[in-house]
Ligand binder design. Structure first.
Ligand code: SF4
Length: 578
């Protein structure tokens, strides 16, 4: 099924501009088409706060009064708000200047990360609510990666896109280019609310209880347009899970909203509600916990807003290692925190006994790869395997054409570092699979390749102890050669440091980068600590560490040994690795 008929761009646009404008029926480009905005002019800037950053300054003053010493990042926020510093940052970048640490922090409010020394350039992280893009936006990002970056694009574990190797002179032109295709990178880094995730199969999954797309989009608009919701004590994640077949990993978020079915006899009316879970941060070995609170979907924004404002006022601004919301929850307990949220809202929230909630419907670990029937008869979604999330810009443009020609015109990124096409008619499935193969990609993955997740690692992140993406591919190649009898999906997550961007603690097998000492003089090589037994969705669990300081060259053999042990000892294929 093709996307709705493209609008015809007015004369006077060059072919490239016309391509961007085709099908662009709303937002910035629509305003341009109807004469509301000129090319090069972005959307209106967010309204100024009523009291400039008053809430943050009050919170910081409280920290100081309590005897704390503000951490460096808090001092930078106070010295110059990153939004106030925008034009200075642009001018300095345009002159080719590399940012000082405090300006690197400020740039992250605008979505750019200076990643030297690993790459002497910026990395841009976008915002894509619910991970869904139009085909022309996907192709547009590839064009921007060619014009201003390294000519390739990464899919992240927050169903988002990253572009790397952007030189200082290209920083602002890249961001301008995003506006031209109706995207933004605003607030995607630093102490801000990160890309809003939602169920990748929203609206096309016969199992789902609720379509998360309007909720993710609405929350994204809520936060990017309110300056008082930037500059939190630390980064913050929010996810919406619709109860469908593909896990959203909402339990790893600070706030997770889970669609649930409330049964007869509960304190609220039976039906679909959003359950509130709080405090997920897998890198700190904690998954979000059930608060017992259930919400009507339309209440999610107001409640999330209140939760975040309690965090803004009470989060630790002195110690970056203890500044996530989890630590306020640990110090206060859930009851006190939720009472503060209810005070802020001015009303009590509804609660239900878990005994009156239907169990979560089972997830499918292969839902993000291969061909799956949609709830719409005769249509399918098709998941494409991406080797650790990377695509060249030529591949991206060709994939966008497939979405336009054969599907509903959308690209749906997943938290599994890949994407799915949606709206593919039965009659065109074979064509799509063959066009994907022609691009050197596949829709088929068995064993560990379908659940292989790796953060940026040493090739592009200064925090990394190891080359996670490179080692992930070596491990997958090794296992595919040596454990050919593996007949169930096993998730392997490689993360380069304690920040845990690849969420190693929820993988069946998780590897976290570690420098391994190999001589008495203290020489080190890249390696990993290894954990096993993590889980998510209906089996959430933090994994247990079993090996420390394994050299990277030995890691494939350790993974092989774990898989062989599992295959030898399981009662049958129904017994999972976990
Ligand atoms: Fe960088 Fe660490 Fe995140 Fe990997 S987990 S991308 S090394 S910060």
């Amino acid at each position: 099924m093709a996307e709705t008929t493209p609008q015809t761009a007015p004369d006077g646009f060059n072919p490239e501009q016309k391509r961007y404008l085709e099908g662009f029926a709303s937002g910035v480009a629509a305003a341009r088409l109807t004469g509301g905005l000129a090319i090069g002019q972005g959307p209106a800037a967010p309204a100024e706060p009523t009291g400039p950053d008053a809430i943050h300054i009050k919170a910081q003053d409280k920290t100081v009064k309590d005897g704390g010493k503000l951490c460096e990042q808090e001092k930078w926020k106070r010295a110059e708000n990153p939004f106030d510093g925008h034009n200075r940052l642009i001018a300095e970048a345009a002159a080719g200047k590399q940012p000082k640490p405090e300006d690197n922090f400020r740039w992250r409010y605008h979505g750019l990360f200076w990643v030297a020394p690993n790459q002497v350039s910026y990395m841009a992280r976008l915002r894509i609510p619910n991970g869904i893009l139009h085909h022309w936006q996907f192709a547009g990002v590839a064009d921007l990666a060619d014009q201003h970056g390294g000519g390739y694009v990464h899919v992240t574990t927050r169903a988002n896109l990253q572009v790397r190797e952007i030189s200082p002179e290209h920083a602002q032109p890249f961001l301008d280019g995003l506006v031209d295709i109706g995207l933004t990178a605003r607030g995607s880094g630093a102490d801000n609310i990160r890309n809003v995730t939602g169920s990748s199969t929203a609206g096309i999954d016969s199992q789902e209880l609720l379509d998360t797309r309007p909720l993710a989009k609405s929350w994204n608009n809520w936060i990017i347009n309110d300056r008082s919701l930037y500059g939190l004590p630390r980064k913050f994640n929010v996810a919406f899970d619709g109860g469908g077949v593909m896990p959203t990993l909402e339990e790893t978020n600070d706030i997770g909203f889970q669609a649930i079915e409330v049964l007869d006899g509960a304190a609220v009316a039976p039906g679909v509600w959003m359950r509130l879970v709080l405090g997920g941060i897998s890198g700190h070995r904690d998954l979000a916990r059930d608060t017992g609170i259930v919400l009507k979907p339309e209440d999610c924004n107001a409640v999330a807003d209140a939760i975040i404002r309690v965090f803004i006022e009470n989060g630790d601004r002195t110690n970056r290692n203890k500044s996530r919301m989890k630590y306020v929850l640990d110090a206060w307990g859930f009851d006190k925190y939720l009472a503060a949220v209810e005070d802020k809202l001015g009303r009590k929230l509804d609660r239900v006994d878990p005994a009156h909630v239907a169990p979560r419907r089972p997830t499918d670990r292969f839902a993000h790869v291969g061909v799956h029937a949609q709830k719409q008869a005769g249509l399918n979604w098709i998941g494409v395997v991406l080797p650790v999330g990377k695509m060249t810009s030529d591949q991206v443009r060709a994939l966008a054409e497939i979405a336009r020609d054969c599907g509903d015109g959308q690209i749906r990124l997943t938290v599994w570092q890949n994407f799915i096409f949606s709206g593919i008619p039965d009659a065109r499935v074979a064509e799509v699979e063959s066009r994907i193969l022609e691009l050197g990609l596949t829709t088929k993955a068995a064993g560990i390749r379908s659940g292989l997740v790796a953060c940026t690692g040493a090739r592009g992140c200064k925090f990394a102890a190891s080359d996670t993406k490179g080692h992930a591919l070596i491990i997958a190649d090794h296992v595919e050669r040596t454990v050919t009898e593996l007949d169930v999906p096993v998730n392997v997550h490689l993360t380069g440091c304690h920040h845990s961007c690849a969420q190693h603690y929820i993988g069946d097998i998780g590897l976290i980068g570690a420098k391994v000492v190999v001589s008495e003089e203290g020489d080190t090589v890249e390696g990993y600590d290894i954990v096993v037994g993590g889980g998510f969705a209906e089996n959430p669990k933090i994994g247990t560490e079993i090996w420390k300081a394994v050299k990277a060259e030995d890691a494939p053999f350790r993974v092989e040994a774990l898989l062989r042990t599992y295959l030898a000892r399981r009662q049958g294929p129904d017994e999972s690795f976990q």
